[in-house]
Each structure stands twice: as C-alpha cells, then as structure tokens.
Design a protein around this ligand. Structure first.
Ligand code: DGL
Length: 259
C-alpha cells in the first residue's frame, strides 16, 4: 500500500462532502475519492441489511480505486454497517457517529436534542452510545424528508423551513442548549437552523472530530502522503451532478457514473 493512494469516502449522497471538506482542509496533500450514492438515497429509511449491502458495494468500488483508508461519511451507514465492513476488509475504516459526548458533557440545562435519520436513531450502536449519558435528557428527532430536499438542492425552500421548525421548536420548548446534527447532510442546514434557533443554543456536528481521527489513523498506519505533488480530489455520483457541483469548490473533479 503506497501512501500516495487516495483516502476513499462514501455517503448515501452529497451530505458526506461536509466531512470531506473538513478532511481536505486539515489534510490538503491527501488524494481523495468520494462516492455519492445519490441514486440510492436516502439510506435512513432502509433496512439494516440493505444498508450493509450498499456499504459493501461502495467499499468494493473504493478498494478497486486503491483506497488506503475508508471514511464512512454517513452516520446511517456507520451505525448500521461499520462492524460488518471491519470484519470483511483489512483496510482501516473511520466512521461518523452523532457527537453526543461533547454535547452531554457541556450541557447546562441537562437537555440536548439530536436530529438524525431513522436508521441512525434505531441502530444498536446509537442506543449503546446513548446509554453512557443517562444523566442527560436526550430528545431524539428523526429528520424525515430533510435528506431528499438537500439532495434536490432545496435547502432554502419554504418546505425546508417548515420541516425544520416542526422538528426543532418542540426541542426548544423542552429547553435544549445543544443540538447535535447526527447526519452528514445536515451541516448544510446550519444557516437555516440559525434563523430558527436562538444564539444560546449551540449546534454541533462531527466533521472536525472525524478529520482529526483520520489524521491520527493515517499517522498510526504510516499512511500519510508525504509527496509534494499537487493532490487530486475526485468525486463520483450515480445521479445528476448539478447539486454536488454547486456545493464543491471549483478545483474538484466530478464524474457522473453508474455504480
Ligand atoms: N448522510 C447520511 C447520514 O449521515 C444520510 C442518510 C440518508 O441517506 O438517509 O446519515
């Protein structure tokens, strides 16, 4: 395995680019390959078996492109499939899980909210994580419909604002002081959320922590890219690339491909 090989990332769609952005900003010399499985989005309403099958399909594609490490840039795929992926493949995997710990440790109202997919909130891994914080009230809310609207590029639509209000206002009434974004699509909603949520309520996601963990694992496995060559950033989508292109920087290369 060469350290110039790319980091592979996958998500059910364009949301995991929020994780890619954090990784690229911390590790700009790393080559990356990102798979947006938008054709199969949303994963959050699928069965565990379906999520495992799709995660295996994405992993095989990334391994065929010589990925040295794989970031599962999707909470739903991580919480449902990362155990199976680690058992099946030798490559190191980094997963993303809702950042409950930092919110639970810092809350003053002892009440935090979490917005995530049904697949994440129903997963065994998520339940185990929550059990560690029994002294904090954790209000769980499924973000029905949000991923589809983001995938369609309808982030600033009235429909989005109404959905977000219906999910967030009941949490505010219960006095949350932290809102955990437990889906890698949701950081793209922060500007909309900030219009609904008072400034004393903090919004947190897992992007920065995942980037730091990626850096740590690359060092540990001696896989950090030490080449001085300009890195490449390749994105593959199995759907229309329009929305993906609008959320990426110009220096990225986007391919439409059936996978
Ligand atoms: N980005 C995925 C996540 O982090 C969205 C899942 C979905 O497609 O429903 O959970």
């Amino acid at each position: 395995m060469s350290n110039t090989n790319p980091i592979g990332l996958f998500d059910s769609g364009i949301g995991g680019t929020s994780i890619w952005k954090e990784i690229h900003s911390l590790l700009p010399f790393e080559n990356t390959i990102y798979l947006a499985d938008s054709k199969n989005a949303p994963y959050g309403i699928k069965s565990k078996e379906e999520i495992i099958d799709l995660s295996i399909k994405n992993t095989e594609l990334l391994l065929n492109k010589n990925s040295k490490l794989i970031v599962v840039a999707c909470n739903t795929a991580t919480t449902n499939a990362i155990k199976e992926l680690r058992l099946k493949y030798k490559v190191p995997f980094i997963g993303i899980e809702p950042a409950i710990k930092p919110a639970a440790n810092k809350t003053n109202t002892h009440t935090i909210g979490i917005l995530a997919t049904k697949g994440t909130l129903n997963s065994e891994l998520f339940h185990k994580n929550v059990e560690n914080f029994s002294d904090v009230k954790i209000i769980e809310q499924v973000g029905h419909g949000l991923v589809q609207l983001i995938e369609n590029g309808d982030i600033e639509s009235t429909e989005m604002t109404l959905l977000l209000k219906s999910y967030i206002e009941p949490m505010l009434e219960q006095n949350i002081d932290y809102l955990v974004l437990g889906c890698s699509h949701y950081p793209y909603l922060i500007p909309q959320l900030r219009k609904i949520i008072p400034t004393n309520v903090k919004i947190i996601d897992s992007g920065e922590a995942v980037a730091k963990q990626t850096q740590h694992i690359l060092n540990q496995y001696k896989l950090t890219n030490s080449s001085n060559e300009q890195s490449y950033q390749h994105f593959y989508t199995n759907s229309d690339s329009k929305v993906l292109k609008t959320i990426l920087k110009n220096d990225s290369t986007v391919f439409e491909k059936n996978f």
